[in-house]
Write a protein that binds this ligand. Structure first.
Ligand code: URA
Length: 226
């Protein structure tokens, strides 16, 4: 089967953009990193995960979610029949904050154009935000993850409609069994959300049919000839 040219060019565009970010010095985190952790997965994925920032292992290996939290993410993906090769995974911040501290507002501001460009190129249908930082940035709201997890929100990112689906961060669920159960339950809704987004419901025509949707009568009809 011939490769989809749009999918191919998307892959190339993302690879070119990733190469361009490798030397990024937009914020102070560039001075302490081993490397920029851009993202991993299928550039044509319908489902994209956005975490917080690389940790120790991610900084060393160059890929997001390769430590303990990443193992849990892989497990959760496996539970819904997906692998990390079938989704795209990125972070709000592309460089490791020292000692894994929280990203600071100016670091998020400096880095967010990279994430928005990834979203623009990948064009996912569903974006699952992992934890507070990704949820607040992409929803544009200050509601905490405890309040909004598991509640899909229709939103617009870079002029494209996207279903945002906030989830607890796997690192937070690692040592809190109740949170892990909630995360598993929220994950279980993902296949249904993806299916809905892949085939949005047919347009519902209201009744009575609005005049604008009815074909204009022919001149003969207007003259009462028929
Ligand atoms: N936590 C994150 O938010 N991202 C990673 O890549 C790893 C841990």
């Amino acid at each position: 089967m011939a490769a989809d040219p749009e999918a191919l060019s998307r892959r190339e565009a993302l690879a070119a953009y990733a190469a361009g970010t490798a030397g990024c010095t937009k914020c102070r985190l560039s001075s302490g990193r081993t490397q920029v952790v851009f993202g991993v997965g299928d550039p044509n994925a319908d489902l994209m995960f956005v975490g917080e920032a690389p940790g120790f292992h991610e900084d060393k290996q160059g890929y997001p979610f390769v430590g303990q939290a990443g193992k849990l993410l892989d497990q959760l993906l496996g539970g819904i029949g997906l692998s990390r090769e079938q989704v795209y995974i990125a972070n709000v911040i592309k460089c490791r904050p020292p000692g894994n501290r929280d990203p600071q507002p100016d670091e998020i501001e400096a880095c967010e154009s990279h994430l928005f460009r990834q979203l623009e190129l990948i064009r996912p249908k569903v974006v699952a935000t992992l934890g507070n930082f990704a949820t607040k940035l992409l929803s544009g709201k200050s509601h905490g993850i405890t309040r909004v997890h598991g509640r899909p929100q229709e939103t617009t990112l870079r002029d494209r409609p996207v279903l945002l689906y906030p989830l607890y961060h796997p690192a937070a669920a690692l040592y809190t069994p109740a949170m892990l159960r909630t995360l598993e339950d929220d994950f279980a809704r993902l296949p249904g959300l993806l299916a809905e987004e892949a085939s949005p419901p047919a347009q519902v025509i209201p009744f009575p049919v609005p005049a604008a949707m009815v074909a204009a009568p022919s001149p003969q009809e207007q003259l009462g000839l028929f």
